[in-house]
Design a protein around this ligand. Sequence first.
Ligand code: 2P0
Length: 313
Amino acid sequence: MFVKSTSYANFALVKYWGKKDSEKVIPFNDSVSVTWDIFKTHTILQSASSFSFVLNNNPASEKDSERVKQFLKHFTDDVDTVKVISQNTFPTAAGLASSASGFSALAVAANRFFNTAFDKEQLEAVTRKGSGSAVRSLYGGVVRWRNDGTVETLAAPIEDYVLVVVLLTGDKKVMPSREAMAHTVTTSPYFPAWIDIANRDANTLCTALMEGDFDTVGDTAQSNAMAMHASMLAATPPIVYLKDETMEVIRIIDGLRQNKTECFYTMDAGPNVKVISRKHDLDTVLNALREGGFSDLHVGRPAKRGAFIDDEG
Ligand code: 2P0
C-alpha cells in the first residue's frame, strides 16, 4: 500500500517567530503567508517491514528520522511498518521553508495512509506540531495563522503577484528555526515589542492585500521581516542569518522602488532574499538583479492549492 502527496513552500509576509505554547505549537503572534508554486516536497508513504525515512535519495539523519517518527505517532501506534520517502525540489534547511512543505505533505499523506480522517482543525493541530509554518502550506494563496492557533485563507487579489527567490546559498542554516525562535523568546529584550509589531502588521497587511494596496503590502512586509531579524540580532548571543549579499540585494530592491518599480523584499531564517513584485514588473526586477551580479533566480507564482494527495494504491 502507498500514498503519494505534494506540497509547496510558503513564505510569510508577516512572520511567525516565537511560541507561547511549545507543546501545542501556538504562536505568540499572527503570521500571514503566501503559498507559492515553486519549491515543492513530494512524499511517499509505503508499507514496509521496518521504519525508515529517505530524504532527497539518502537515508535521513538520526535526528530527522526521529522527528518524522515522532510526528507519525500522532496518526498511528504502529510506526514501525512504514517507509517515508521525501524529495525536495530545492535546498533543504536553507531558510527556504522545507519544513513547511515537508510536514504539510507528510501530514496529508499520513492522514490518508493511516485512515485517521482528521478534520480541518485536527489536521492543523497535528501538522503544526511537525513544524509551525507547515500549517500554512496546507492551503494555497494567502493564509493567516492566528495567535490562537486557528487558520484562515483570504481571497485576496494576488493573481498577478510574482516571487523571485534570490538564492545566495543552499548551505544549512546557522541555527535551526526552532532553536533560534526559543533563544529569541528567552534572551531578546526586543521580543515583547516584536509580538505587538507582528500582530499589528498582520491586520495592516491583510487589509492591504484585500484592497489591492501593493505599496502598503510591500512596506509592511519589509518592516516586518526587519523587525523579526532585529529581535534576533538583540538576542544573547545574537543570531545573524543575513549576509553581505543579502544587504546588496536589499539595496537593489530599494533602488527599484525609488524608481517606481513596485517590488519588495523579505528574508526568513537564512540569508536568501525573496522579492515579490507583479507580472508587469518582473523583467525589470530580474534584469536589475542580474546586473547586480545575482544569477541564481527562481520565479514562482501563487499556488492555487496547498498540500494534496497525488496518488494512492
Ligand atoms: C515564518 N519561519 O513565518 C518564519 C519566518 C522562519 C522565519 O516559520 O519550530 O520551521 O517547526 O514551528 O515553522 C520557520 O519555523 O518552526 C518559520 P517550528 P518552523 O515562515
